[in-house]
Design a binder for this molecule. Structure first.
Ligand SMILES: *Cc1c(COP(=O)(O)O)cnc(C)c1O
Length: 369
């Protein structure tokens, strides 16, 4: 079976982790945490990095760090992971959805303004599958209406929008370091920001919000979202290699695109003029008229030894939100369509040419017999 992803871990990761064990610095303080926060935030072109236990925690810290709560609205795409609305919901604020653009699957920036109300406080663009969101129109709206921008870069470490690293464009950039992400710590996350006050608040929220004046005195509702030095040791080794990882992803995508371009019922991923796509996962859409619908194709591919994953279920179709009456009666036809037709194929950093050829052979066998 060719898996959708496997983390690529090298000697450097091993060496740094052993150093943590040898020195007993295995908890939530230590040299690797400081170094990892510094290196990754610098890589994003931003002054501060606040590491935490997951990408979901990073999103929650950002929303809480901006002081959002009941009555406030945060605009986000309907096509994203549940972490985005959860992070908003945890604070008591309300997620508000916008449909996708058909070609990248990212939030349709032309539909955001219609969703802005007097309660809107922030926009949360999500850079899906490695392709950056068209950020300029979002930053213009943020200026016009005095809104904050929280980027979700969990699928796009190192992607560029007009030459700028994503996550460093808005007020805060959130990242996940889950095992399938371009930089991994096994589990982990980080918020990057240029706002010193917000960085300090998020660092305190991450660690139970101990008062700076007196430890074990608490003046905010904090969380335990701490990352460990051992996780950061892995992360530091990964950031040191990030350019290589991105080059590998781009090589993989180029190879897939050349091998699959003759399959008529597939839509291949693109790279817009403003974008440097890092192709986190090589994502495909099945055209109408394909011999199989996606839900039939994926198990067929599995039988041939190729694992795949589906696009997200759009947020307004999530049972948990239907149950609480969020997004009731709303329609996002492009997001729904992408959710029905979108999937991605094995894209791990240890894929080689033979494996890509095998995936391509299986897709040809099923879709272009
Ligand atoms: C993976 C991911 C997250 C969540 O990260 P976790 O570390 O699993 O909490 C958030 N947003 C997007 C877009 C993701 O792909």
């Amino acid at each position: 079976m060719i898996p959708v992803n496997e983390p690529l871990l090298g000697e450097r990761e091993k060496q740094y982790v052993i150093d943590c064990l040898d020195t007993t610095w295995i908890s939530s303080a230590g040299h690797y945490l400081d170094e990892f926060e510094k290196r990754f935030s610098q890589y994003c072109g931003v002054a501060y990095g606040v590491s935490c236990s997951s990408g979901t925690a990073a999103l929650h810290l950002a929303v809480a760090g901006l002081g959002l709560g009941p009555g406030d609205e945060v605009i986000m795409p309907a096509m994203t992971i549940v972490s985005c609305p959860l992070a908003v919901y945890y604070t008591g604020a309300t997620p508000v959805l916008v449909d996708s653009e058909p070609d990248t699957g990212n939030i349709d920036v032309t539909q955001i303004e219609a969703k802005i109300t007097e309660n809107t406080k922030a926009i949360m663009p999500v850079h899906l599958y490695g392709h950056p969101v068209d950020m300029q129109p979002i930053m213009d709206l943020a200026n016009k209406y005095n809104l904050k921008v929280i980027e979700d870069g969990a699928e796009a470490h190192g992607a560029l929008y007009n030459g700028r690293v994503v996550g460093g464009i808005g007020d805060a950039g959130c990242f996940s370091f889950y095992a399938n992400k371009i930089v991994t710590t096994g589990e982990g996350g980080m918020v990057v920001t240029n706002d010193a006050v917000m960085a300090d608040k998020m660092a305190r929220l991450r660690n139970l919000a101990h008062s700076p004046k007196r430890r074990f005195s608490h003046d905010m509702i904090g969380f335990n979202y701490r990352l460990t030095n051992v996780q950061a040791a892995i992360g530091l080794a990964q950031v040191e290699r990030i350019e290589e990882s991105i080059a590998k992803k781009r090589w993989l995508a180029g190879l897939y695109s050349s091998l699959l371009s003759d399959i008529e019922c597939l839509v291949l991923p693109i790279e817009k003029s403003y974008a440097h796509n890092v192709y986190w996962m090589y994502n495909l859409l099945l055209k109408p008229g394909s011999p199989f619908i996606k839900d039939e194709l994926m198990p067929q591919l599995k039988k041939l030894g190729v694992d795949t994953r589906s696009y997200f279920v759009p947020l307004h179709k999530q049972p948990v939100f239907e149950e609480i009456g969020l997004f009731t009666g709303e329609n996002y036809p492009v997001a729904e369509d992408l959710g029905r037709r979108g999937f991605y194929v094995p894209s791990g950093l240890n894929m080689d040419e033979a494996k890509v050829q095998e995936v391509s052979r299986c897709l040809h066998q099923l879709l272009q017999p």
